[in-house]
Design a protein around this ligand. Sequence first.
Ligand code: ATR
Length: 293
Amino acid sequence: MTTSDHLDCYAVLGQPIHHSLSPQIHAAFATQTGQALRYTAIEVAPADLISTLNQLPGDGFKGINITVPHKEAAWAYAQQHGTLSERAAMAGAVNTIAWTPNGIIGDNTDGQGLLNDLQQRHGLNLAGKRILLLGAGGATRGVVLPLLAAAPTTLVIANRTDTRAVELANLFTPKAVAAGCLLHGCGLDALPQVISATGPFDIVINATSASLGGEAIPLPAGTLSANGFAYDMMYGKAPTAFLEAQRAAGVIHLADGLGMLVEQAAVAFALWRGIAPATQPVYNALRAQLAQK
Ligand code: ATR
C-alpha cells in the first residue's frame, strides 16, 4: 500500500468491498474540486482491521471510510486512540476516520448524509414533522441524532423486535427532550395503535435491511399522511420492495438511498479536505450508471 508519489491517500475499508461506489464518488469529488488525492477500496477481514488502521497513516493515508462489517470496531478504535464526534459517539459506529496533526478523529457522516439528501435533494423540511423510522440496527442508530437536530415534533422508531426499538429510544431520550421532540420506540405490530392514537406520519424512513432480501415491511393502511414521503436507505437499479409496496399503497413521493450514499461521502470529503463538493452531478452520473446495469 506504500505509495511512490506524495499524493494524500484515502480508502474505503470493508469486506466485501469490490461493489463499493466510494472510489468513483471520491474521484469525481476530487476532480471537481481540483484536489490531488488518491482513493481506493481495500478489502480487510475483521481480524486484520486493527493492524491495517495502525499501518495506514505511515503509508500516506489521511483518512478512510469504513463500511460493513467494521463500523463498530472502528468506533472502538477511534474511541481508544483518538476523538469521536458526538454524532459518532452516539451512533456507536464510525464510517469516517481522519488522521490529522491533532490526532485521530472518528466521525459518522451517515445521518448528515441522510438529512442533506432529504432536505436538499428532495426538498423536505423536517421541522415540525412526524417521522417514522423503521429498524433498530446500526443504520437506525447512526441517523437518530441528526434527525433530532432537524427538529421533528415526533420520531417513532418501530422494529420487528420491539425491545431493540425501545432500547434505542431510551438511549436517545435525553437528546430528544433537549430537542423538544417526542421519541418513542415500539414493535412494528404496535403501529396500528400508535397511528390511531396520534395520527399518520409525514415521513417514513426504512433503515432495516429487509430490502436486501427483497422483502417489504408490512405497514398498516394510513401510516402516511396524504402528501407523505417514503424513503428507503437501500437503493438499486429497480425500486426496492419497500418502495414498491409504498407505491402500491398510493404513496406518490418516494426516494431510495442513492442520494444518501453520495451525501455521506461529501460530508466525509469536506471533513478531510475542507471543501464541500457539489453532489448533484455525481448523483446524476451514478443514477444513470445504475439504470444501465
Ligand atoms: P444494520 O446495521 O444494517 O442496521 P442490523 O443491525 O443487522 O443491520 O439490523 C437490521 C435491522 O433490519 C433490524 O432492525 C432488523 O430487525 P430485528 O431487530 O427484528 O432483527 C431489521 N430487519 C431485517 N430484516 C427484516 C425484515 N424482513 N422485516 C423487518 N425487519 C427486518
